[in-house]
Design a protein around this ligand. Structure first.
Ligand code: 13P
Ligand code: SF4
Length: 307
């Protein structure tokens, strides 16, 4: 590998030569996020970008389910992920067969799955959601199916959070994000005591007792926008570690308390393996066409909802 600054330069040169873009999730380390990413955002924004971007190659700065989402929406493009092992505890908690069995058990109930799932799971789904639109999607599904009950899987905490915000009965699964499930309500109490006046922002994958005590809950971009718009004196983002680092760089007047948990899957993506990925054109994400078409209809249903 070239040394650091030349490495960043080499990546940006390769992107131009190959007509490639890097989609950088908010959990990428600041070097990837700020110096290498062409588009930055939460999983919904990156999915929209994948569908629209004018490029031959997408390098996913994120985890495997995000790369699959890109491929589902942009089958004509080559979608690369720098490390195939970049998974997600939510995506690995549920299979397509699980969804088929659930559907049999609850006929007539719409199946909403979180985008943090495999393409095969999405293919068994009526409509997908992300953390930024889960409430909207579940309300729409209840309306369209004329029911007061919706299946929302696999994140049990997101499901509880949506149930609390909608009054809709939610059937869920025992999945959890290994990063966000570590935060507790007692953490919030302790942090407020240690940092009087601090504003606490949390991702909706956190357990309910964290969310009830937070000042705001939202997707990764929702949290970043809150800081930008409200410019609090002192803030805590209860989410993955790179978030605070990335948001802090754009908000130099805000003080960040940084309790956080690392996502080992997101951290598999590095500037070094992004460079290798572009040089060797590895690792290509492929999805069997029948699965892709079915999964696309669940994602399209989500993207068709008003922004
Ligand atoms: P966002 O959709 O909020 O970016 O969340 C993705 C994710 O993996 C959070 O853990
Ligand atoms: Fe999955 Fe959690 Fe990592 Fe997001 S932070 S990719 S939900 S394990």
């Amino acid at each position: 590998w070239p040394t650091y600054a030349p490495l960043i330069h080499a990546i940006n040169k390769l992107k131009k030569e190959k007509n490639a873009v890097v989609l950088a999730h908010n959990y990428m380390t600041p070097d990837i996020f700020h110096l290498v990413g062409d588009f930055r955002g939460d999983s919904l924004q990156l999915a929209r970008e994948a569908a629209e971007v004018d490029a031959d190659i997408i390098v996913q700065g994120g985890v495997h389910f995000m790369a699959e989402t890109s491929k589902i929406l942009a089958p004509e493009k080559t979608v690369l992920i720098p490390d195939m092992r970049a998974g997600c505890s939510l995506a690995s908690s549920i299979t397509a067969e699980d969804i088929r069995l659930i559907r049999k058990k609850y006929p007539g109930i719409p199946v909403v799955t979180y985008v943090n799932t495999s393409a095969a799971v999405k293919a068994e789904t009526d409509i997908c959601c992300t953390s930024s639109n889960a409430v909207q999607v579940v309300e729409q599904a209840a309306k369209d199916w004329n029911t007061d009950t919706v299946i929302l899987m696999p994140d049990q905490y997101l499901a509880k959070n949506v149930a609390a915000n909608t009054g809709i009965k939610i059937i869920t699964w025992a999945g959890a994000c290994e990063v966000h499930e570590l935060f507790t309500g007692q953490d919030v109490i302790d942090m407020r005591e240690a940092h009087p006046g601090v504003v606490v922002l949390a991702h909706p994958e956190c357990p309910p007792d964290v969310l009830t005590q937070a000042d705001y809950a939202g997707s990764t971009s929702g949290l970043a926008n809150y800081v930008k718009e409200k410019s609090p004196n002192k803030v805590i983002l209860l989410t993955e570690c790179s978030m605070s680092d990335n948001v802090a760089m754009e908000n130099p007047d805000v003080e960040f308390v940084k309790p956080c948990n690392l996502c080992p899957h997101m951290k598999r993506i590095t500037v070094e393996n992004i460079y290798d990925c572009l040089v060797n054109m590895e690792y290509e994400v492929e999805i069997e066409e029948a699965t892709r078409i079915k999964a696309k209809s669940a994602i399209d249903a989500m993207l068709a909802l008003p922004k």
